[in-house]
Design a protein around this ligand. Structure first.
Ligand code: NDP
Length: 284
């Protein structure tokens, strides 16, 4: 029987593991230590978490759902979990990190699962969708998961979907993290202008890199932000509140690196990146 591992017992990983388990799949959910967590969706489900470091088993499919800042930490455990035909699905925001998953055939999913982890509680808010890139192995995985309630799409446009998600994250994650305030801040006229400038720079970078977003995308993304509940935070906002490392390097940092590479003028992005990197600066 095909076996599945999910690494990361947080918002995304718990939902994936629970849906696989509910469909009778052979699945293990891995975290830092043995424990039981409660997933509210909204009915409460108990999930057993296995310690990643003591694992000896190898898996056919591995969903990686730790934050991108934790990839280096799980690397040696991940190598031990792979056999020659293992397929890794990287369920993370950001672009560029797939190169670090060279221990097996790896694909990045565009993740549409919204939730939040708080201690031993995970709350699922909405969506259970993963969009995968066009590849015969991804069609095979879609088939494997057709009896689960996960929505699996395979798209030839998936890279553009990942870039669109990068743009959505670029605007709102940056300003909520830097202001330590929730989505209500998009009501402030000056902040809207700042976010619009940031999005225009993001589009310039993405398009120079091969995408073809129109300028209407700025208004489209602003409308998405306007639809957020005012008290909603972003993952980067919650990470600043908890003094955790930000996925900055994989989102804003990727835009920043590409802007340097293509010698683009991106003054708003540059300022935001300096402040975000200063947030995580430690003198040693
Ligand atoms: P969470 O922080 O909720 O979950 C990550 C989990 O990984 C935590 O349980 C964490 O444990 C565990 N973990 C971290 N390091 C290790 C390690 N070394 N060994 C074992 N387990 C470890 O993250 P999310 O689920 O929110 O995010 C996962 C990815 O999905 C991110 O890239 C995020 O940007 C993306 N995403 C998230 C969405 C959301 O709504 N949450 C929406 C779309 C994308 P511990 O808490 O003990 O550190």
């Amino acid at each position: 029987m095909t076996n599945f591992a999910v690494i990361g017992n947080g918002a995304v990983g718990s939902v994936i593991a629970n849906e696989l388990k509910s469909a009778g799949k052979n699945v293990r959910l891995f975290g830092r230590q043995e424990q039981q967590i409660i997933l509210s969706m909204p009915q409460q489900v108990k999930l057993n978490v296995t310690s990643l470091v003591v694992n000896q088993e190898k898996f056919d499919y591995i969903f990686v759902a730790v934050k991108a800042t934790r990839i280096a930490e799980i690397r040696s455990a991940l190598i031990k979990m792979c056999h020659p035909d293992t397929i890794i699905i990287v369920c993370q925001n950001g672009i560029g990190q797939l190169l670090q998953f060279n221990m097996a055939q790896s694909f990045q999913a565009a993740v549409y699962i919204s939730g939040q982890k708080n201690g031993l509680q995970v709350t699922h808010f909405r969506d259970k969708k993963l969009i995968l890139p066009e590849h015969q192995l991804m069609h095979q995985l879609k088939e494997e998961l057709s009896d689960t309630e996960l929505v699996i799409e395979v798209s030839s446009n998936q890279l553009t979907i990942l870039w669109y998600k990068m743009l959505v994250n670029l605007g709102i994650n940056t300003v909520t993290a830097l202001s330590k305030n929730t989505a209500q801040i998009v009501e402030i006229p000056e902040l809207r202008e700042l976010v619009q400038s940031l999005l225009k720079e993001g589009i310039l970078i993405a398009n120079t890199h091969g995408e073809s977003f129109t300028h209407e995308v700025v208004d489209e993304i602003m409308a998405i932000y306007d639809g957020y509940p005012p008290q909603m935070g972003t993952s980067m906002y919650y990470d600043t509140l908890e003094n955790r490392l930000l996925e900055y390097d994989f989102i804003q940092g990727e835009f920043y690196r590409l802007a340097r590479h293509y010698q683009l003028k991106t003054p708003v992005l540059d300022t935001c990146c300096i402040l975000l990197s200063a947030y995580q600066y430690k003198k040693h």
